[in-house]
Design a protein around this ligand. Structure first.
Ligand code: NAD
Length: 352
């Protein structure tokens, strides 16, 4: 069995669906179900004996210890986090609690469990920590992309809390020998993305005839990766990554925020044309986010070279699939917006 923390979130749920499409290994999803956790993402696994779910906080040591004892996992894939930069500016405390204290608690519980494993199982065990490129800070226009040796320089409470968690993971390898792996990935997009983030927000606002807000001048550059390519990278790193190493994951798709929004408008103009005009008419520029990083870019050559990973989607193919997914899944959208999945959860798990 593997444990997946935060498996009801955007990337975690995509990972579980991808993983179980390729493996018969059992998966235990440990998720606190914050506003961002949506178990409805995994409703296609209802009745699948390989999938298990526990609503729990990674910072709850007693519960995590009991889960280790009961299930004896061979690996932990740690996705659980507070993940939204804007929220971290308004409520940084929750980010420290989950991303730093929660990761620490999970590492401690893992270390104790792992120390007690017999020799072979101990060597094969893995703790894979899913992190972000935002820990490296910001780049100027001509700077080389972030590599695994770029010094950490986080600028938001979110990235600082993720940087702290990366350091703890690193320390648990160096100090205790825990077989850890860390992935630092660029911005993901794709199905099941909570509509507070740029791409789903723009798609859904556009369809609702609402304004499409762009921070500042819209010239902030991000590298974009289709979520299933991130999931493939995580599977490869879990299977063949070297304990103690970190791997940067990115799609070589640098785009300005304005480019992304205009591309979404153009795809929607084609797939679901408005009665008059273009979705681009709904674009509006709003005051920039404080401390907004100007550019992120990822050098993923280590992962490509050492583990032969390559993204399967270009930005153009991935973004077209994403828009199509939101158009084809109005029920998921309605559920997320109404919190309707909470009712489903109560039916499914008796509110636990
Ligand atoms: P998300 O916000 O969609 O999901 C986070 C999940 O974690 C939710 O299901 C939430 O309920 C759960 N969670 C939060 N606090 C918890 C706690 N204390 N205990 C247990 N579960 C808890 O996030 P995401 O976008 O899927 O990101 C997943 C991971 O990938 C995060 O660690 C994030 O830093 C990292 N990451 C995200 C991106 C991206 O573009 N979204 C890019 C690189 C790395």
């Amino acid at each position: 069995m593997i444990f997946v923390t935060g498996g009801a979130g955007f990337i975690g749920s995509n990972f579980i669906l991808d993983y179980l499409a390729r493996s018969d290994e059992h998966v235990l999803n440990i998720d606190k179900l914050t506003y961002a956790g949506n178990p409805y993402n995994l409703s296609s696994l209802d009745g699948d004996a390989r999938y298990h779910f526990v609503q729990a906080d990674i910072a709850d040591r007693a519960t995590i210890d009991a889960l280790f004892e009961q299930h004896q996992p061979r690996a932990i894939l740690h996705f659980a986090a507070e993940s939204h930069v804007d929220r971290s500016i308004h409520s940084p405390g929750e980010f420290i609690q989950t991303n730093v204290n929660g990761t620490f608690t999970l590492l401690e519980a893992t270390r104790v469990y792992w120390s007690g494993l017999p020799a072979g199982a101990k060597e094969e065990f893995r703790f894979l920590h899913v992190s972000t490129d935002e820990v490296y800070g910001t780049l100027g226009p001509g700077d080389a992309p972030f590599s695994e040796t770029t010094p950490y320089a986080p600028n938001s409470p979110y990235s600082a809390s993720k940087a702290a968690s990366d350091h703890l993971v690193r320390a648990y390898h160096h100090t205790y020998g825990l077989p850890t792996l860390t992935t630092n990935c660029s911005n993901n997009y794709g199905p099941y993305h909570f509509p507070e983030k740029l791409i789903p927000l723009v798609i859904l606002n556009a369809l609702d005839g609402k304004l499409l807000p762009i921070y500042g001048d819209g010239q902030q550059v991000r590298d974009w990766l289709f979520v299933s390519d991130h999931c493939t990278a995580i599977r490869e790193v879990l299977a063949r990554g070297i304990p103690g190493e970190t791997y940067n994951v990115g799609g070589w798709n640098e785009k300005t925020n304005l480019d992304v929004v205009q591309t979404l408008c153009d795809i929607l103009d084609e797939l679901q044309p408005k009665a008059a005009g273009s979705y681009r008419d709904q674009i509006t520029f709003v005051q920039d986010r404080p401390g907004h990083d100007r550019r992120y870019a990822i050098d993923a050559r280590k992962l490509e070279r050492e583990l032969s990973w390559k993204p399967g989607e270009t930005f153009e193919t991935g973004i077209a699939k994403t828009v199509r997914w939101y158009l084809d899944n109005p029920q998921w959208v309605a559920n997320v917006r109404s919190g309707g999945y909470l009712k489903w959860l109560e039916l499914q798990y008796g509110g636990k």
